[in-house]
Design a protein around this ligand. Structure first.
Ligand code: AHM
Ligand code: MG
Length: 335
């Protein structure tokens, strides 16, 4: 049988590419891997273990939390806190960031930002969900308490980012700025194995992912772009195919592997869009760029936006470079 590389082996073998604190970043990625396995296990038995449905609470953004949202949040926090690689964590599910400043965390250099269970409205109906994570090096001095500014760094400062997709199989995809690699979980063995080395967007794509139910609320440029993708043009492979699951990780993953564009524009009901810059857009933008794609808010590069607050939302257009640029053209011409 062919010898497969495990995620653990891959992380260690590629440590040389990490810009700083090599051992700690490897250990941190290993903690995310472990937490991902634990969340995966909960998701797989969700229908049997009475952990479907609402938790009866709302998160900071007034969205109702599913029981699994709360569970995934707790699993990632406790698993990342147990070891000393991070000095703080911010989560889509928590109002404020956490400060870890006891003995084992005192000299930690990294902060993690996480969306523990993205697309959780899909959980109760057996559709794919995901976890998205983003890792930054702190900017405040080691030994002091982390501050808001450690979290409000532009996406260009990410040292690693990735996601877990809990779908037909469970896959962990990550980048440390040296390409994108994906690892599929083998539940019999309990390990992730390299299954998608050096992922790149295909040269062209013909799939678009957008919640068209919001069409009337979209800016004129996006409306025109949607009409354009639906026009007949055989040479340009139009009309494009529409695919939208309501799970960002699933839509992003499919578009990265097969070619496509994802759009969550601003609208009259969501003036800044729905997706969160720090927990969703920046990590996926880092992956997209590392895979040869592009991510923008319609006018500017996502990773260059200066975050103003933890739960900030931005319009998000992400996918094959030329497809994103076409959408930007429509937005610019309608300004
Ligand atoms: P969540 O983090 O509360 O799950 O919200 C994010 C999700 C994305 O996964 C998905 O792309 C989007 O919200 C779907 O929103 P909508 O139902 O408005 O199309
Ligand atoms: Mg989310």
């Amino acid at each position: 049988m062919e010898r497969h590389i495990t995620l653990g082996e891959f992380i260690v073998e590629n440590q040389k590419d990490f810009p700083y604190a090599k051992g700690e970043l490897s250990a941190l990625l290993s903690s995310i891997r472990l937490a991902g396995k634990m969340v995966n296990q909960q998701i797989n038995k969700a229908g049997l273990a009475e952990i479907l449905g609402k938790a009866g609470k709302e998160n900071i953004q007034g969205e109702s939390q599913a029981k699994l949202d709360v569970m995934a949040n707790d699993i990632f926090i406790s698993s990342l806190r147990k070891r000393g690689e991070i000095c703080g964590l911010a989560s889509e599910e928590l109002e404020d960031y956490l400060v870890f400043d006891d003995r084992i965390h005192k000299n930690a250099k990294y902060v993690v930002l996480i969306d523990p269970l993205d697309g959780s409205s899909n959980i109760d109906v057996g559709i794919t969900v995901g976890t998205i994570f983003s890792i930054y090096r702190r900017i405040t001095p080691e030994g002091s308490k982390v501050e808001l500014k450690d979290y409000l760094q532009p996406g260009t400062k990410q040292v690693a980012a990735g996601y877990l997709i809990y779908g037909t199989s469970t896959i962990l995809v990550y980048t440390t700025g040296n390409g994108v690699n994906g690892f599929t979980f083998d539940p019999g063995i309990g390990s992730f194995f390299l299954s998608h080395p050096s992922i790149k967007f295909p040269a062209t794509g013909s799939t678009y992912s957008v919640n068209e139910g919001n069409y009337v609320h979209f800016p004129a440029g996006i409306k025109k772009y949607i009409k354009w993708v639906q026009e007949l043009n055989e040479e340009e492979n139009r009309p494009f195919t529409s695919r939208y699951t309501g799970s960002l990780v699933a839509d992003f993953h499919r578009n990265m592997l097969l070619g496509g564009i994802y759009l969550y524009p601003q609208g009259t009901t969501a003036p800044k869009g729905k997706l969160r810059l720090l927990y969703e857009c920046n990590p996926l933008a880092f992956l997209a760029e590392q895979a040869g794609g592009k991510a923008s808010d319609g006018l500017k590069r996502i990773m260059e936006l200066q975050p103003e607050e933890l739960h900030e939302r931005v319009p998000f257009i992400c996918g094959n470079k030329e497809m994103v640029e076409k959408a930007e053209e429509f937005l610019t011409s309608c300004k």
